[in-house]
Design a protein around this ligand. Sequence first.
Ligand code: C2E
Ligand code: MG
Ligand code: MG
Ligand code: MG
Length: 292
Amino acid sequence: RAKGCGRNNFQVFSPVMDRQLKERLAIETSLRTALATQTQLDVHYQPLVDLETRRVVALEALVRWKHPSEGHVSPLRFIPIAEETGLIGELGDFVLQRVVADMARWRKAGHAALAPVAINVSAGQLARCDLRGRIAELTQANRLSPALLQIELTEGAMFDRVGAEAIEALRALGVRVAIDDFGTGYSSLSSLLRWRVDSLKIDRSFIQDLATDRNHHAIVAAMVAMAQHLSIKVIAEGVESWSQLATLRQLGCRYAQGYLFAEAAPAERCREFLEGSPLAQADFDAEPLKAV
Ligand code: C2E
Ligand code: MG
Ligand code: MG
Ligand code: MG
């Protein structure tokens, strides 16, 4: 009988569940190896863009895993497993160390005005690890200001007291806090008031058909207005088309991120993102002429 089910609620393991369990175990095992060797893991950076100035205002750090036989494995697959198995602490620390090292390298290469870097932090990480202590330690060792780091939390991460205290400790250090994937998950508007956050990122699912779906248009309009009233920055995630961009600008959304501007790139290819000049490939005012 499966553990944790009700007394009269018998559950039989099906072949599908068996296969899923084996798959998870395989990922767990190879993730342990990846963390031990560190050669398969990397961090890429995707810019967040100010739609008024066209400048990059921050970079989001996204972990990448190149499995020796499976090829690239999506974080959507291995982050949840890392959470369940407790490997998230080690993985999160790898990302944090890599980000700080990359920032130190960028500064050494002459990029004086570093863009802040946003790191994704999951619920277990916030609860179990001394993130504040680690950030303080690593930034100090590399002579970087902790204010150059931001963290992105999914809404579920914040609802317990431990999470709330961790957020306050990070904010006291100067680390800015964003709510990721806003509008999905354990969404609660009161969380915006209870825990002070600096920005919210509207989930890609609302942006996808923003220009064509009236309901999503209404929801995004409401989120932008609400954020403005609360003096919270609002960032649209997953912007891929000019019509989405035009709609966002109409609604007064100031910041955006997505393939329309740039995909995540390895640290060595972030030069353009760091120079403080407007993104070259994004002419925000005019839709590019379509080839005829
Ligand atoms: P997220 O934090 O919401 O990150 C945005 C995801 O959307 C990234 O996927 C990014 O590559 C993708 N994306 C960006 N622009 C577009 C676009 O225009 N269109 C589409 N279709 N996708 C876009 P990625 O890198 O696969 O990461 C997926 C999720 O995994 C992240 O969602 C985040 O929740 C988690 N994650 C990634 N790196 C880390 C990490 O270092 N630590 C933790 N705890 N979670 C991470
Ligand atoms: Mg994120
Ligand atoms: Mg997101
Ligand atoms: Mg997401």
